[in-house]
Ligand binder design. Structure first.
Ligand SMILES: [Zn+2]
Length: 171
């Protein structure tokens, strides 16, 4: 409510940061999959078309990004305003290999709200065991650095997308 404007009345000057109903812009931040630089994408910009300010490659490529344990940690710390969906897999695992094209398909549907990552548990056993992986393929949905949902077993792309969207909507 504004102060009543009466002649001679003192009207307080409102500092701009105290203006009511001011929205905080929803800035998204992603790590560049090519050079690992953190990039902010302002609200209203299409994150799917945004390019890295450092190396000028696309931040989101419509495909999952293969990460090491260290790179996974960097994405968890540096991704803001968007979720991460991690597929923990291994080359020796048949169901993992059969799900790979389905997971790639899901990236096209879930970006830019969700960045899809893949972690090879044979190459990065410490990172996989830190997540508590028992069976693979295992999917982890991560928001603000925290695992908010997880599941295991191969799924078609439509089911991966529905599971991720449902988990994000639930909390
Ligand atoms: Zn880059």
């Amino acid at each position: 409510m504004r102060a009543k404007e009466r002649p001679g009345a003192y009207i307080p000057v409102r500092p701009s940061h105290a203006m009511p109903c001011q929205r905080v812009p929803a800035v998204k931040q992603y790590l560049c999959p090519h050079c690992a630089a953190a990039n902010r994408v302002p609200e209203g910009r299409d994150a799917g078309q945004a390019k890295c300010g450092k190396c000028h490659e696309l931040l989101l490529t419509g495909a999952p990004v293969e990460v090491t344990g260290a790179q996974l940690a960097a994405h968890r710390a540096g991704t803001k305003g968007a979720a991460l969906l991690l597929d923990v897999w291994a080359p020796r695992c048949g169901p993992c290999r059969s799900m790979a094209p389905q997971f790639a398909q899901a990236a096209k549907a879930l970006e830019p709200d969700v960045r899809l990552l893949k972690l090879n548990s044979d190459a990065e056993p410490a990172a996989a065991s830190a997540l508590g992986v028992s069976g693979i393929p295992a999917l982890f949905l991560i928001r603000d650095g925290k695992v908010i949902a997880q599941t295991a077993g191969a799924m078609p792309a439509t089911q991966i997308v529905a599971w991720a969207r449902g988990a994000l909507a639930a909390g």
